[in-house]
Design a protein around this ligand. Structure first.
Ligand code: SAM
Length: 238
């Protein structure tokens, strides 16, 4: 997969693309992330990328020309990317969207800043995506959130494919089960006996029951959705 990120603050991505699972995915070539400084496509020698809003009002707006020039240059060849613009009012990002995006060959993420981008930029955008109902200073953190969730789903990025299916919202659509590691007793809190039993079938059943309990407790709306979709039966809940 190739991801082009258009930003006025490319340095923000340095650590993210160097460390951990994402750093390894980049190093091994499972994903090719191309962070592009929008300023490199400005029209003037001062590399200005923002201007005052027509009609007055506070703040600055990201000008259309540098973004269009970057887009034209980057899409001259190869597969056309699915273009995402980060916006607080966009579709709220979730695991289903991450799965869908992880199957694309190429993405482009445009990071807004200041008061946002000139509205005409939307003509090259396929999806406006939000990471939640709050306002950040720019689209770089949302872009990293989207990339993190998407890149870890690319086949071969996580060593153990099973760890994905045990994740919340994944295969069964339920929340994850509780995890424990050594020591088996810590400050009077014991690891549930079943996990120490070595009995795989019982462990599997316990985990499923815990996932169901957690989902009923924290996100009951998911249970309704799974039942409607026929992925979960009444008997399984009882
Ligand atoms: N004027 C905008 C408004 O009316 O909500 C807020 C602009 S915000 C300060 C600057 C940029 O940060 C936005 O254009 C967007 O790209 C990004 N941004 C802020 N919050 C976001 C969120 N929750 N999800 C996705 N992007 C966000």
């Amino acid at each position: 997969m190739r991801i082009d990120v258009l930003t006025v603050l490319p340095g923000l991505f340095d650590c993210f693309l160097r460390e951990g699972v994402i750093g390894r995915a980049v190093k091994s070539g499972k994903v090719n992330v191309n962070v592009v400084n929008i300023r490199d496509y400005a029209l003037d020698k001062h590399r200005v990328v923002d201007d005052v809003p027509y009609g007055g009002g506070p703040g600055m707006v990201l000008k259309p020309e540098p973004i269009f020039r970057a887009y034209d240059e980057l899409t001259k060849e190869g597969e056309k990317p699915l273009v995402i613009l980060t916006e607080p009012w966009g579709e709220v990002f979730n695991q289903d969207m991450a799965l869908e995006l992880s199957k694309k060959g190429r993405l482009m993420i445009i990071c807004g800043r200041y008061e946002g981008v000139d509205e005409r930029v939307k003509s090259i955008v396929d999806r406006e995506v939000s990471i939640g109902d709050y306002v950040l200073t720019g689209g770089e953190l949302p872009a990293m959130v989207i990339m993190d969730a998407v890149i870890r789903l690319i086949p071969g990025v996580l060593g153990n494919r099973e760890s994905l299916s045990a994740d919340s919202f994944m295969d069964r659509g339920l929340l994850g089960y509780p995890n424990y590691t050594r020591p088996s007793e810590f400050r009077g809190m014991r690891v549930p006996d079943v996990l120490l039993s070595g009995h795989h079938r019982r462990i599997e059943l316990w985990r499923k029951e815990q996932s169901l309990k957690r989902t009923l407790d924290r996100k009951p709306e998911l249970i309704d959705k799974l039942m409607r979709e026929g992925k979960l039966s009444k008997e399984e809940i009882e």
